[in-house]
Design a protein around this ligand. Structure first.
Ligand SMILES: [Zn+2]
Length: 134
């Protein structure tokens, strides 16, 4: 059994939790480099071009589902949540991956408008990014 993450797994992830906090308070943001590449915190370097001059850009209120997957057999930490839909939504400068809630799983399609939110998994009460009906 690999135990690479071990105790570190439950430790607050400063950058990403700050990001979730910001979304929760309606002030979502992402990081943008001078070339306009979007990335999610925590980052010091643009993952696309290596630029180190990252600034916070405000996250649009809604995005469009780009791809999605219905999960019927979930990993242990999501087992009570299944079936659920995970989607990648395009918010202009940034793509966000989250669990779709508030939209019938059969109604999620490419182009469905979603708004970012923060929720907890049914299984482990872990905070996760939610994409819900705007
Ligand atoms: Zn870049």
């Amino acid at each position: 059994m690999s135990d690479e993450t071990g105790d570190a797994e439950r430790v607050r992830d400063e950058g990403f939790d700050d990001f979730l906090d910001a979304i929760e308070s309606g002030e979502g943001f992402y990081l943008e480099c001078p070339e306009g590449h979007g990335s999610l915190p925590p980052r010091r370097v643009c993952p696309h071009c290596g630029a180190t001059d990252l600034r916070e850009a405000s996250l649009p209120e809604t995005g469009d589902v780009e791809t999605f997957t219905t999960v019927h057999v979930a990993a242990p930490e999501f087992v009570d949540d299944a079936p659920y839909v995970t989607a990648v939504a395009d918010f202009g400068g940034i793509r966000l991956t989250g669990i779709v809630r508030g939209i019938d799983t059969d109604d999620v399609t490419v182009g469905t408008e979603v708004a970012p939110d923060v929720g907890e998994t049914e299984t482990a009460d872990e905070r996760v990014l939610i994409l819900r009906a705007p």
